[in-house]
Design a protein around this ligand. Structure first.
Ligand code: BGC
Length: 374
């Protein structure tokens, strides 16, 4: 069977490989599930891995099969799998509890403290840009057929769900926290999913991007789900609080690290800033009003948290938000799926779009490995 792989740490090495179809016997305790991949998303992390910034091959291999944003259909299950059956749609989580930390041992591997982590399609485990994969039922989340068309968005959404869950856990320090307004920084696919998740929770949402809102699909999507959109060129974030007030929650997903210092200055008393961009570069900034920021955090009991990866519960939260959004705004999520690549063999086309997403006005590029309808 076909798979899309890279040679980690070798620039632009993406290529097709031929692999054996896996068997459910590879999973212990007869808990294996064979899944045929229907769709697999391509994202900034895949681009960074192909740019040799990131990514580790599994032991014994010199290549890494890419892909972590997945959606598929169950073909076969082991004898001890009772929660899933052939024909079900599933999305698999990404990180596996293979580390030594206590968090791996208690199934909270998204909080691992190990430097070496195990993530399918990213680090030390092959991913889902492949025709079939086998996984332990433990790591598969069942998808209602009603959201099959857009379920390839669940993995990126799970990252946001974890961020929001962490924020609400942290805010339990306050006896009452009734957040009303949020700012979302960045309106790429992660930003748009964050806008959606916050709107589903009833927040007044203000989104910010670099591009002018005129004729910009991402801005239109923000507005059509009830959020505002401003370009930070017209309305810098720190200025925006004069117009919209300070924010109870700020979610950063631009990939541009200097903006986090503006975000810190835009929070309300008791507010929380969530950082979710993996910034692999070397950027530095010295324009930081450190006294002001420090005093705001101290006198206003403000908080900031970093978040990465997601656990099963966050995927399950995401299933609910996708379903609610489809009910409240039918077709909105589908509009995010801007670029479909037919077949894994057309990987070069996917990477051309990933590398030039502005030119292509791409929000989500994904492979259709197999049609959803049988
Ligand atoms: C993935 C996460 C992963 C992170 C860091 C993201 O693109 O969605 O699952 O933990 O990269 O490798």
């Amino acid at each position: 069977m076909k798979a899309v792989a890279v040679i980690p740490k070798k620039q632009n090495s993406v290529h097709l490989v031929e692999m054996d179809k896996p068997s459910i016997d590879e999973v212990k305790n007869r808990r294996g599930v064979l899944v045929e991949v229907l769709r697999v998303g391509a994202c900034g992390t895949d681009r960074e891995i192909n740019n040799a910034e990131y990514g580790v091959a599994p032991k014994g291999f010199d290549f890494l099969v890419l892909g972590h944003e997945n959606f598929g259909r169950v073909v076969e299950v082991g004898e001890n799998v009772t929660e899933i059956e052939p024909g079900n749609y599933v999305v698999a989580t990404v990180r596996r509890p293979r580390g030594k930390s206590i968090y791996d041992q208690i199934g909270e591997q998204d909080f691992t403290t190990d430097d070496k982590y195990f993530e399918r399609g990213i680090s030390r485990l092959h991913g889902y840009m492949v025709e079939f994969y086998v996984e332990d039922a433990e790591f598969l989340v069942k998808i209602p057929p009603a959201i099959a068309e857009i379920a390839v968005l669940l993995e990126p959404l799970s990252i946001i769900e974890k961020g929001l869950k962490q924020a609400s856990d942290i805010q339990e320090r306050l006896k009452i926290w009734h957040p009303k307004t949020a700012a979302v920084l960045g309106t790429g696919n992660v930003g748009l999913l964050t806008v959606m998740a916050l709107r589903m929770r009833g927040y007044t949402v203000h989104s910010f991007g670099k591009q002018s809102g005129k004729g910009y699909l991402n801005a239109e999507l923000c507005e059509s789900i009830g959020a505002t959109y401003d370009s930070t060129d017209d309305l810098p974030l720190v200025e925006s609080v004069k117009k919209y007030g300070e924010y109870d929650l700020v979610f950063e997903c631009t990939g541009y690290s200097p903006i986090i210092f503006d975000a810190m200055q835009s929070l309300n008393e008791n507010g929380i800033l969530i950082l979710a961009s993996v910034t692999g570069g070397e950027r530095k900034t010295d324009q930081v009003p450190s006294d002001k920021i420090n005093q705001m955090f101290v006198l206003g009991n403000r908080a900031m948290v970093g978040t990465v990866n997601a656990n099963r519960e966050h995927f399950e939260m995401g299933v609910k938000d996708l379903t609610l959004c489809e009910a409240m705004h039918p077709g909105w999520l589908g509009r995010m799926l801007t670029h479909k690549i037919e077949g894994l063999e057309n990987f070069a086309q996917a990477f051309e779009i990933l590398n030039n997403s502005q030119k292509y006005n791409a929000i989500k590029t994904y492979f259709e490995v197999k049609a959803i309808s049988k």
